[in-house]
Design a protein around this ligand. Sequence first.
Ligand code: SF4
Length: 220
Amino acid sequence: MSVDESCVRAGDKPVDNPTDLAAEYPIVEVFHSVQGEGYHAGIPHVFVRFGNCNLRCEWCDTDFLTFKTMNAIDLLGEISNFDCKRIIFTGGEPMLQDLWPLHRLLKARGYTLSVETNGTIEVPEGLLDWICVSPKDQMYPDVKLRQRTGDELKCVFIGQDLSMYDELRQGFKHNFLQPCYMELESVEWNGKNFAETEAIVKQNPQWRLSLQTHKWMGVD
Ligand code: SF4
């Protein structure tokens, strides 16, 4: 279904498909915060964090196995509690879900939809307004990256040879390198990663430094 067909309206009111409203999703949390990293850092968004992931990164700080099942109609209700028209689908891995029902419901209400994905599942054309791929092949060299184009490529730096992204980078408008940050590690451990990533970006200006500023602020 194309984006245009998907949003049926009667005058000012969206006309929702009952099947879309009944769609079920595993939801860890829905919250309103300021994006702390990458291209949209500093801009408020509603974050919809989905449960489940097809990878297990050692730096992962999300308990994506603890979630509740929510209908799209209830999810819509939670999202509309916030005075914010920008949404980020994150996880877990959001592309494990069929996001078309949410797309139709939310686009009909004027939302801008972004996704943060590990790139192992292709994103259907027209589903989202902004695609941020954060590949994990520095850790899982055998995992196939299927989403090789998008708006933002955001790589966690753990000392990998950046030439592994030479081809991939061409598919994205913005390239970010982010230090690996682990809450349970010491200030010195994390500080060393920051310093190394900063030094690498200085030598490789095709990358921009991305910092997880929300973690310093102690917010989600
Ligand atoms: S891909 Fe993302 S959500 Fe999944 S384990 Fe890795 S960091 Fe966590």
